[in-house]
Design a protein around this ligand. Structure first.
Ligand SMILES: O=C(O)CCC(=O)N[C@@H](CCC(=O)O)C(=O)O
Ligand SMILES: [Zn+2]
Length: 334
């Protein structure tokens, strides 16, 4: 296999390849751009006009998505997968991947849309670099732009695989993209309703990409992801890359949710009244006291059908310690 097909090995070893550009047997160009960053270009005659950004390892301990991108890249490098799209592969936080940790000092996925400028250190610099790599990749006019940022979650979930769809004022969520996610095995999509500081919020809000954070199961170390079934997503990604994706507009079975409230931790006095092993999408009854914080702040459930995702009282002050979501219908989609 071509050396650049081993982007994951290079990244984990902290090595720069001697040869930065290589061609596969069927004329696909692979170009190493920076640590954990590789661009794939199909031969011009085969290019279908789509640009696809696939990222993982934004959180270094979320290894199933890293292994999935590694398999796709191997397939391309061996000439088994024949791309018709341009692709940018990104491993988000290489040092955290090497250490098997979510992050070192700062969560990279809270440093986009201007936040890296207000912080210092390697993770702020990496977020700035990721923004630059994405901006440059999505700079060609007239092409379709898609970004999937792949994650696994800290805890188990009543809904195993789901997507988060960012928000931008004046832009409607796309029914077609939701159908695509449904076909890729996502069981639910959470529609955001305000601007955010995640990687997909940046590519959606600033680079006009269709962009999604995909949650694929529970985070485990490398080689221990047998319980995370990514086969439907993997198939769909191959089809997107090869331009052979079957048309679909079915939302059958796909559950839709809207964000009702983000629970923000304001101080060290923050208390979250949930068991440590609570699963994502657990339902919370009206009247339930979810959290308390400084100055008698209380988070009481007022919503019908409320569920909690990503509860985490250990986040830094000022960051989200959970999201309260409510079920919605597909009315209002573009
Ligand atoms: O399990 C958790 O608490 C977090 C899992 C995770 O990393 N999720 C992403 C979601 C990003 C988004 O809101 O689009 C994150 O928290 O960064
Ligand atoms: Zn993550």
């Amino acid at each position: 296999m071509l050396a650049l097909g081993k982007l994951l090995e290079l990244t984990l070893a902290g090595r720069e390849p001697a040869q930065k550009i290589q061609l596969t047997v069927d004329g696909v160009q692979m170009r190493w751009l920076s640590e954990g960053a590789l661009e794939v270009r199909p031969p011009q005659a085969r290019d279908n006009g789509s640009d696809v950004l696939l990222s993982s390892g934004i959180h270094g301990n979320e290894t199933a998505p890293i292994e999935l991108l590694d398999r796709l890249l191997h397939g391309i490098a061996r000439g088994e997968i024949k791309p018709r799209t341009r692709i940018l592969f990104l491993f988000g936080n290489p040092e955290a991947m090497r250490r098997g940790e979510r992050f070192l000092e700062l969560d990279v996925n809270r440093l986009f849309n201007g936040r890296h400028e207000k912080n210092i250190g390697p993770e702020a610099m990496r977020a700035a670099e990721l923004e630059q790599l994405a901006r440059s990749f999505f700079s060609l006019p007239g092409r379709a732009r898609l970004h999937y940022d792949l994650h696994t979650a800290i805890r188990g979930s009543k809904v195993e695989q789901f997507a988060l769809y960012p928000w931008k004022d004046g832009r409607q969520h796309s029914r077609h993209e939701l159908a695509r996610l449904n076909a890729a095995g996502m069981e639910a999509v959470l529609l955001q309703n305000k601007s955010s500081i995640t990687f997909t919020a940046f590519t959606y809000e600033q680079l006009e990409a269709e962009a999604f954070t995909l949650e694929l199961g529970k985070a485990r170390p490398f080689g221990q992801n047998q319980g995370v079934n990514v086969s439907r997503l993997e198939l769909r990604l191959k089809q997107i890359i090869e331009g052979t994706e079957p048309e679909t507009d079915s939302l059958e079975g796909l559950k839709l949710f809207a964000v009702s409230r983000e629970v923000i931790k304001h101080s060290d006095a923050f208390l979250l009244h949930l068991p440590a092993d609570v699963e994502n999408f657990s339902e919370l009854e009206k009247g339930y006291l979810l959290a308390e914080d400084v100055a008698k702040t209380r988070w009481v459930i007022e919503e019908e059908g409320a569920r909690i995702i990503f509860p985490n009282p250990k986040v830094k002050n000022g960051l989200r310690a959970g999201i309260l979501i409510v079920p919605i219908t597909d009315a209002g989609l573009a």
